[in-house]
Design a protein around this ligand. Sequence first.
Ligand code: B3K
Ligand code: ZN
Length: 868
Amino acid sequence: LEPVRLADYRVPAFLIDTVHLDIRLERTQTRIVSALTLRRNPQSTETEALKLDGDSLVFEEAWLDGVSLPSEAYSVSPNGFSLHQPPAEPFTLAIETRLDPSANTQLMGLYRSNSAYCTQCEAEGFRRITYFLDRPDVLAVYTTRIEASFQEAPVLLANGNRIEHGTLEGGRHYAVWHDPFPKPSYLFAMVAGDLAMMADSFTTRSGRQVRLEIYVEHGKEDRCAYAMDSLKRSMRWDEEAFGREYDLDIFMIVAVSDFNMGAMENKGLNIFNDKYVLALPQTATDSDFAAVEAIIAHEYFHNWTGNRITCRDWFQLCLKEGLTVFRDQEFSSDQRSRPVKRINDVKLLRSQQFSEDGGPLAHPVRPEIYNEINNFYTATVYEKGAEVVRMLKTLIGDEAFAAGMDLYFQRHDGQAVTIEDFLTCFAEASRRDLGQFMLWYKQSGTPEIRAEGRWDEQAGTYHLSLKQILPPTPGQPNKQPMLFPIRLGLVGEEGDLPVTLDGKPFDGLVALAESERNYVFGNVRQAPVPSLLRGFSAPVKLTIALDEEALLTLLKADSDPFNRWQASQSYALKLLLRLVKNPATPVDPRFIAAVRGLLAAGAADPAFTALSLALPSETDIAREIGSDVDPRAVYQARSILRQTLARKLQAELLHTIEIMTVPGPYSPQAADAGRRSLRNGALDLVCAGGTSQALDAATAQFDNADNMTDEMAALATLALSATPAGERALRNFRQRYDDDPLVIDKWMGVQAMLPLEATLDRVKELMHDPAFSLQNPNRVRALIGTFCSANQTQFNRPDGEGYRFVADIILAIDPKNPQLAARLLVAFKTWRSLEQGRRTLAAATLRDIARRPGLSRDVADIAQRSLA
Ligand code: B3K
Ligand code: ZN
């Protein structure tokens, strides 16, 4: 593998001002003529030939300023085109290529999904459509003419505004689209097909009318209302929260069923995995609705953070992704419950990003080297990237943060920029030196903050020492001290204590910049419990010795909801770690009493209570153990605690199920969703006790549910019970939704998750279900992806069969869709923390993959880094 390095960045030798694409669509023989106006980049000192990127292209002919080029004037291969002696003055280069959309199984470039043609160009897919300077710092104005059979593709879409259309001979027609905003090639898109459309409109705050269109397969029109509503709320929110207005006359979303990731923010023409557009109460769960809302918002917000201001190079990916995740998190917080959203985001960060950062695939938020850029669309770039923006806001304050954002939009509109450019805006707006803060982008690994406190009763002071520990990560053995915003408070039995720091009332925030620092708080008249890292103010692992009593105090009296939730989790984790060591450890009755208390008060904030009730996941426990993990022992410990809670609290849990019904018709709104989450959390827990009363409640819910959230929750609970009632529910569900692939995906996932010896065979069997296909990424992720990422005991079977099975599938998929295959392989990212037997088996499987000839760059890269 030939790595790409940030240090090697050079400005492009040529610039492209305009692109005219002429696309004549045919299923297997699509012809593309691209006419580029080019000139030398005045900022470049290079004088060499013009070299355009290509990937698997079939070349036909080239013209320079309208004259056909003789073959000695250029050299061409499927993977590149160079013009030996480019003119000194601006010139036009036109190139004709041919491609076969129906043979494109990588789902990169121009491909077919069901009956539609569509494109995916980020990161380097445009070069699979035509020869180009396929890099994000070359911004051009695009005009796209699409021609197709009217019958096959009555709908013809591309970026920007439609400026012309008409019919042609032979049943063909065409449309011309023009996008006035210069953009990099990765934001190009076109779609053609026989699609249904739902239209609406939005008036921007300056009074411009924007037409909104969502395209879906025929028959699914009724499923896009929530996506449309989310879009309008996103547009309004970006005006109010960030002062950003939409800039074209039309905004389009197309839902396709074959898509490698969630969605893509192409200018004016977002293309979505249909899973994140289609939602009806009968087919989508509350989490699905929340995901649709968040992803619609995310892609829309990219219009400013990503499209109007883009990345100079792919190392700067977090410039658009971290920032845009931060923005969509803020949007969802404003639309729903802020504390609940924060807890869910932190759960995701810990489960995905912390495990990545603690293993062989760890990399900085802004990497400095990569083999394959597709492998860097990671939790670190996205989720940790968002945390870094959040910390910046915490450190400099809301006002300076808003001023910095305004400056960023104003200064860099229309440019391709770097993290340094971004941070400079905030340094200027806050008049702060952000040099040390920059380390968050450069140093990988999850920092540890070690805290120790001591109350001096006589003096009425509390001494807090904070120490930072930065563990070594691949390529980074030693690190420099970083800057941490730490929100904290001191909590007494009745709540927060009004303490002082340096003689002034304490405002709740300290910035730790040193390896170690001591703080002395004053006016501490009673023994306090420190509540550190409130709101999870920095993406770190906090270690502090708090005993059970202290955790109970926080659970009850902390003013910070995040830390109240954290106290419930820390308490449970303590018990779980003991149970992992010794399954016979009796369960602390104070914990049971605390859960009883949570349930009793649950109605006040059901969603929050549901989160506090849920025990840390198997991966949370494994991460806490750190090394020599036995997934079986982890699972058992968790089961014991669940069974104990179910037995001791059966009456309270059944009562919660009863009172948490939701009156009236289904609404995806947070309040109703919160009640359902508590109800279903209680159902799940009480069924762990296995009593017939509990299972009957689940069966009744399964039979009577009028929405997918309740139905799915009951199905999952029943399936987990491994009883005839579970088998019956699985059979019924399969029949009910036979014609609905997205719902069958859920059914597949539920079974792939079962912590049973028989699961591997069941998964193999399900691959023969007519609804399954190795060709479709959603199907593969639902069955195989769930098995390897959400089934710790069965993927990590002690006989290594789980690894072998997943490896075989990865090798089968790789020649067709390397991105999908590489994503699955990431499931091995924590293999080094397993106990020796499994570790040996996982390593052998990884080595076997790495040795295979003809691997894609995507899979080879993950395999090699995982083993390094
Ligand atoms: N920018 C796209 C992700 C593209 C992934 C390419 N391998 C979606 C998003 O983050 O909004
Ligand atoms: Zn994004």
